[in-house]
Ligand binder design. Structure first.
Ligand SMILES: [Zn+2]
Length: 271
């Protein structure tokens, strides 16, 4: 899987340009991914809707339950998925965000032992999850996402993070909480985000850790203390000029150093 000319290239992925788009994103955008469910019966029916001019809606991608993906707008171009939206002091997320629609019927109503979508399709109980939505307080019934959809969505988000300036993944329900309930509690959004951004961070610390910085005492002698303050007790005899030290940490003009003992010294006397 890769991105070429702002299009996703993968097996079972096709591109059909939706007329429902604006111009290009501004410089250093998009920086956000918004996740949605289609509230539809199939990838194909949702794609048809998102290609229809009068519907005035689109997204960049639709992830089917049939393990196929349709892209409707290139990733450098503004698509119409967020609508009225506000989060963290910003409004109008179409201007900032790539929209991913996941083929899912959404909220289901239980009637006897049947679960029915808003468009009248019945679902088996092994396709249903009972859960409390983040913006609500009592449990309701939701259409499950397939494992393929969640795993593919993660891979795509990771690829978009590599390719663009993406800093956040949000649910439509978080940027339009009064109007929208998608992707809903059947999508493990909090864990999903954590996994993607944490693995990012741990990779970074691995790169930084092995660096050891060393220096030498340039004062005729240098006090070494328990903490970064002249009030703190000395941990050993003052270090003579020329003592080699490993610098472990820096804080407001002080270094924590190691040279047989560990302690804090004035940073300006280490070169
Ligand atoms: Zn949505």
């Amino acid at each position: 899987m890769k991105i070429t000319n702002h299009k996703l290239i993968d097996d079972n992925t096709d591109f059909q340009l939706s007329p429902n788009h604006s111009g290009k994103f501004k410089t250093s955008l998009p920086d956000t991914i918004i996740l949605h469910y289609t509230a539809g019966g199939s990838r194909e029916s949702s794609v048809r809707t998102l290609l229809t001019p009068s519907r005035k809606a689109s997204a960049h991608l639709v992830l089917g339950r049939d393990e196929k993906i349709t892209q409707l707008v290139p990733f450098d171009t503004i698509s119409w998925h967020a609508g009225r939206s506000e989060y963290d002091g910003r409004v109008g997320f179409n201007q900032f965000a790539i929209g991913i629609e996941i083929d899912n019927a959404g909220l289901l109503t239980k009637t006897g032992d049947k679960y029915i979508s808003w468009f009248g399709k019945e679902y088996h109980d092994d396709e249903v999850i009972k859960a409390v939505h983040r913006n609500e307080s009592t449990p309701r019934y939701w259409h499950r996402y397939t494992e393929w959809q969640i795993e593919k969505c993660k891979e795509i988000c990771e690829l978009l993070i590599e390719e663009y300036n993406i800093k956040t993944i949000l649910g439509h329900e978080e940027i339009s909480p009064k109007r929208k309930i998608d992707p809903g509690p059947a999508f493990p959004l909090d864990k999903f985000r954590e996994k993607i951004f944490e693995s990012d961070r741990s990779e970074n610390t691995e790169e930084i850790e092995p660096q050891i910085i060393s220096g030498k005492v340039v004062a005729s002698s240098l006090n070494i203390r328990k903490g970064p303050d002249v009030e703190m007790d000395k941990v050993a005899e003052a270090l003579p000029q020329g003592t080699k030290v490993e610098i472990l940490e820096e804080k407001e003009g002080w270094y924590k150093v190691r040279t047989g003992v560990e302690g804090w010294v004035y940073a300006k006397y280490i070169k």
